[in-house]
Design a protein around this ligand. Structure first.
Ligand code: ZN
Length: 137
């Protein structure tokens, strides 16, 4: 096995190891929308060199899917995404940052109004700059 390959596997194992701490924090609920079901560990980015529980979230399949879409693409102005208007006030910084990042991409009046009343701490604003996921080919 090559060194680079080993590093990738090691990081993946370290991310998986966050699952236990995240489960305790999330209490079996998606940390973005609050729904139950099957949850997975997601690093919304900017991804730190060493996996960090403060920079990772346990998300349901829908929210993990939203997080994986390219940052430049608008999201549907879908009523089903209205939970974002609440999640942008999340106490957990990485959850708040991801909610803001997604809410900014929803071209709906409710999303703009929700963001209008929001003040973000600079360190959370910095987290809202997601890293573009690599193109799927
Ligand atoms: Zn969710």
């Amino acid at each position: 096995m090559s060194r680079a390959r080993e590093a990738v596997d090691e990081r993946r194992a370290a991310v998986a190891a966050l699952g236990k701490d995240l489960s305790r924090r999330a209490r079996s609920r998606c940390e973005l929308c609050g729904e139950g079901g099957s949850l997975s560990v997601v690093e919304p980015g900017p991804v730190p060199e060493a996996p960090d529980v403060a920079r990772a979230l346990l998300l349901c399949a829908r929210c993990a899917g939203l997080c994986a879409t390219p940052a430049a693409r608008p999201l549907p102005a879908d009523e089903g995404l209205r939970f974002l208007a609440t999640s942008i006030w999340a106490e957990l910084p990485i959850a708040q940052a991801l909610a803001v990042r997604l809410c900014r991409r929803v071209p709906a009046a409710w999303a703009r109004e929700a963001l209008d009343g929001l003040y973000l701490e600079p360190e959370i604003e910095a987290l809202t700059d997601g890293v573009e996921p690599p193109p799927a080919d």
